[in-house]
Ligand binder design. Structure first.
Ligand SMILES: Cc1cc2nc3c(=O)[nH]c(=O)nc-3n(C[C@H](O)[C@H](O)[C@H](O)COP(=O)(O)O)c2cc1C
Length: 205
């Protein structure tokens, strides 16, 4: 059975372009992949714990701390990582906020980058340990950053996601993009239609 993890991170509950498009993408895969098991996590509605010093060191030591809040945060962090590792396909709604990703999405990723589980330190550098996983990012942005445009160097959103997931070994990473959605209703409509065409062109399995 194929497992799909669907992540949304837009702070907009209504009118979010990334939520609209991830829902359409996941619905299409649900129709086309027999028995697809879908897990949904809204990291904006329920923000993963921000990685603190106490959490980081407790996670590294493996010891169970006395503090009940920290124990709960560690358990949730393990759950987020197990859920990510168990999924064959991960669909991520990732708006650009202040040239990067929403804080909530970054908080989720901080629970995935764990030595010994998703990457290892080796004498020749960091080695990613994640294999056989397909990630599709639905990237939405108010302005235009793709291609040979003056704003291209300001893209720390897709560039960050490419680096962060590449670092843990993910090689099958695709972007569905709706950009320029802040440049008026006509451009927004065109951007959504272009993203829908890209969603239709994705292989389901
Ligand atoms: C807090 C915030 C910060 C934003 N920062 C940027 C930005 O730096 N660059 C940009 O092009 N658009 C920016 N935008 C516009 C969003 O990327 C755009 O509206 C996108 O559609 C958001 O996805 P969503 O509709 O799923 O929330 C920002 C929007 C918000 C709410």
């Amino acid at each position: 059975m194929t497992g799909l993890l669907h992540i949304d991170s837009s702070i907009l509950a209504e009118g979010s372009v990334s939520r609209l498009l991830t829902a359409e993408l996941v619905a299409r895969f649900g129709r086309e992949i027999p028995g697809l098991a879908i897990t949904y996590r809204d990291v904006a509605a329920s923000t993963p714990p921000i990685l603190s010093s106490a959490h980081f060191f407790a996670r590294a030591s493996g010891a169970e701390p006395d503090d009940p809040q920290l124990r709960a945060d560690l358990a949730l962090g393990r759950e987020l990582l197990d859920e990510f590792l168990a999924a064959d396909i991960v669909v991520i709604g990732a708006p650009m906020y202040n040239f990067s990703v929403p804080t909530q999405l970054r908080a989720w990723i901080d629970h995935l980058v764990v030595p010994g589980r998703t990457f290892a330190y080796t004498p020749s550098g960091i080695q990613g340990l994640v294999s056989g996983k397909r990630i599709i990012v639905v990237s939405t942005r108010g302005n235009v950053y793709a291609g040979d445009v003056p704003r291209a160097p300001f893209d720390h959103q897709e560039a960050y996601l490419r680096t962060a997931f590449g670092n843990i070994g993910v090689s099958d990473l695709a972007f569905v993009r709706a950009e320029g959605v802040g440049l008026g209703e006509a451009q927004k409509g065109k951007a959504i239609e272009a993203a829908r065409r890209d969603i239709s062109a994705l292989r389901a399995a």
